[in-house]
Design a protein around this ligand. Structure first.
Ligand code: RP5
Length: 164
């Protein structure tokens, strides 16, 4: 098994049902990934270790999902120059708006690319990670083009039944 190119991290196993969409997208494209729980406030030392070692372990992109006070993507981005893609996970009380705002409002100097709240954001983060890797992998670029063509074909095939 080759080394993972994308690291998917999240603050809790409760984030996995959402973050699984990123993993599925990468798996569908044949991209080797790793997925694990790393919490900014509950395992801060592990978070720093993960971020510090990510590039030397061969990761090229990090996807970080978090809910509520979503400091995980920002703190990881502060400790690595790898691109960090943040996914706001829906939270219990504010439905992920807190996650979204706290990930997207990174102060100047340390960027986190921020995606939509929830599963669509996780899937798009997977696609965006693939697009980053595809800049140096023409076979993957072709796979992404094929994915889009198949998606377009599905839409072109759509019909609307029971029209009054
Ligand atoms: C965050 O707290 C996690 O990213 C999760 O979205 C949220 C709730 O965590 P649990 O209470 O479900 O473990 O750190």
């Amino acid at each position: 098994m080759s080394k993972p190119l994308v690291g998917i991290i999240m603050g809790s196993d409760s984030d996995w049902p959402v973050m699984r969409a990123a993993a599925q997208t990468l798996a569908d494209l044949g991209i080797v990934y790793e997925a694990r729980v790393v919490s900014a406030h509950r395992t801060p030392d592990l978070m720093f270790e993960f971020a510090e070692q990510a590039a030397e372990r061969g990761l090229r992109v990090i996807i970080a999902g978090a809910g509520g006070a979503a400091h995980l993507p920002g703190m990881v981005a502060a400790k690595t120059t790898l691109p960090v893609l943040g996914v706001p996970v829906p939270s219990r009380h504010l439905q992920g708006q807190d996650s979204l705002l706290s990930i997207v409002q990174m102060p100047k100097g340390i960027p986190v690319a921020t995606f939509a709240i929830g599963e669509a954001g996780a899937a798009n983060a997977g696609l965006f990670a693939a697009a980053i890797l595809a800049t140096t992998d023409s076979a993957l670029a072709q796979q992404l083009a094929d994915f889009r063509a198949a998606q377009a074909a599905r839409v072109l095939d759509m019909t609307l039944p029971d029209q009054p």
